[in-house]
Ligand binder design. Structure first.
Ligand SMILES: [Zn+2]
Ligand SMILES: [Zn+2]
Length: 425
């Protein structure tokens, strides 16, 4: 494999506090040198006018395999990840069977290796069979390669089980990823509980269902010293709890999804299941709180919660259709259009939330372009204007709430382990 010389790009690497135009040399799958000059032996990539970022990492992706191959497979999902600019993703274990055994972790890792698109980190179940009753074999799962634990899709409703999950995961320094929802409060809910749900006559999901669970999890993390990561935070109250927890040193991190910083519950007026997800699209004040949380660092990461569903499932009535939307191929464009362009985040801060911070939360040595690091690189055209067209998705599913939206910025070249795995035509 010849070395790669990425020429004249604006290299942004928050881990090194770097933001400058330079030539980056990649050799033997690693970052080899800066300010390198061409010798004629390299494959040259012209990155003038482009941003050269540490490979983007999406820490919340549902790959659906095994069990729901009609929605997505490890092959199609990782291809979609590449097209979205991601060199690594963490997959969530609510498959069928759920990823709660060494064999299941090995199955995913093996399939991902065969697909040979991007890196796949495996999140394993907190509870056996994801039933919320008995703790999974945390130690064995870590040994098999699990990087974090979550029953996402469902909350861990039993507080004692969650407390023990924190204690066990702490022994291996792994985070527990929480889908924060008090099920007794959400019941048959379809959308955010507020004025719009009232007008539409749809059963609501109150913000309190999330606020209360985040408070519980923060208390348990604080009591045990365990590591809590709150997934898809969507409420002003929840973000307030996180802000205060961080200020007193609780080991808590959080992520937000592009749909939660972009869309409001007003979208449900279309009665389209592509706006149905959990947690639901909230009111404007919550969206503003998510943006403020991202801006002030309360929210560490942007993650898509990519949740593909085959067309026939999402075509059902709103109350019947499953929760979730795809996100891998629109995440970066939404970060640029909705966070960077309006001035909520600058480029280094955005890249930090899409690479370095997820890497640190997952405890993997990625998210940086330091010399010697794995050569996972995303080359971004920050000015590219494009329109979301679900027909172009690499994902097997097209359940996006962003069809037809004009976005800015997209990945042009994606390099994984020193190999060009994706190049936009
Ligand atoms: Zn969830
Ligand atoms: Zn999820």
């Amino acid at each position: 494999m010849p070395p790669l010389l990425i020429q004249n790009g604006r290299v942004i690497d928050p881990a090194q506090d770097m933001d400058r135009v330079t030539n980056l040399l990649v050799a033997d799958g690693r970052v080899a040198a800066y300010d390198a000059r061409p010798t004629g032996n390299e494959t040259v990539i012209d990155a003038a006018g482009k941003i050269v970022s540490p490979g983007l990492i999406d820490m919340h992706v549902h790959l659906r395999e095994p069990g729901f191959e009609e929605d997505e497979t490890i092959d199609s999902g990782t291809a979609a990840a590449l097209a979205g600019g991601f060199t690594s993703i963490a997959c969530i274990p609510n498959t069928d069977p759920p990823i709660d055994s060494q064999a299941a972790v090995e199955f995913v890792r093996d399939r991902a290796q065969k697909a040979d698109h991007c890196n796949v980190l495996v999140v394993a179940c907190v509870s056996k069979n994801r039933e919320g009753k008995e703790l999974a074999e945390i130690g064995q799962l870590v040994e098999a390669g699990a990087v974090a634990f979550s029953d996402d899709g469902s909350p861990v409703s039993d507080a004692e089980l969650m407390r023990r999950a924190f204690q066990y995961c702490l022994m291996f320094d792994k985070p527990v990823l929480s889908h924060a929802e008090i099920r007794e409060l959400t019941q048959q809910g379809v959308m955010h509980e507020g004025l719009v749900s009232l007008v539409l006559g749809l059963p609501g999901i109150p913000a309190a269902a999330e606020d209360v669970m985040i408070s519980r999890d923060v208390a348990l993390a604080e009591a045990t010293g365990g590591r809590l990561h709150v997934m898809h935070v969507s409420t002003a109250g929840g973000i307030d709890v996180l802000r205060r927890a961080k200020s007193r040193g609780v080991r808590v991190t959080a992520e937000a999804t592009p749909h939660h910083f972009t869309l409001t519950d007003e979208c449900l007026r279309a009665f389209d299941a592509n706006f149905k997800m959990s947690p639901p699209l909230r009111g404007r004040e919550h969206v503003d709180a998510v943006i403020a949380g991202l801006a002030d660092g309360t929210i560490d990461a942007v993650a898509s919660d990519h949740a593909p569903h085959a067309r026939e499932k999402k075509m059902q009535e709103l109350d019947q259709a499953p929760f979730g939307v795809v996100g891998l191929e629109t995440s970066l464009g939404l970060v640029v259009a909705k966070l960077i362009e309006p001035g909520h985040l600058d480029w280094p801060a955005a890249i930090r939330k899409m690479s370095l911070n997820p890497a640190r939360i997952l405890g993997i040595p990625k998210g940086t372009l330091a010399i010697g690091a794995d050569a996972d690189v995303t080359i971004i055209d920050p000015k590219a204007r494009w329109t979301v067209d679900p027909a172009q998705f690499r994902s097997k599913s097209a359940n996006t709430p962003f069809a037809g939206m004009e976005l800015t910025g997209r990945a042009e070249v994606v390099i994984v382990g020193g190999r060009v795995k994706y190049q936009r035509k």
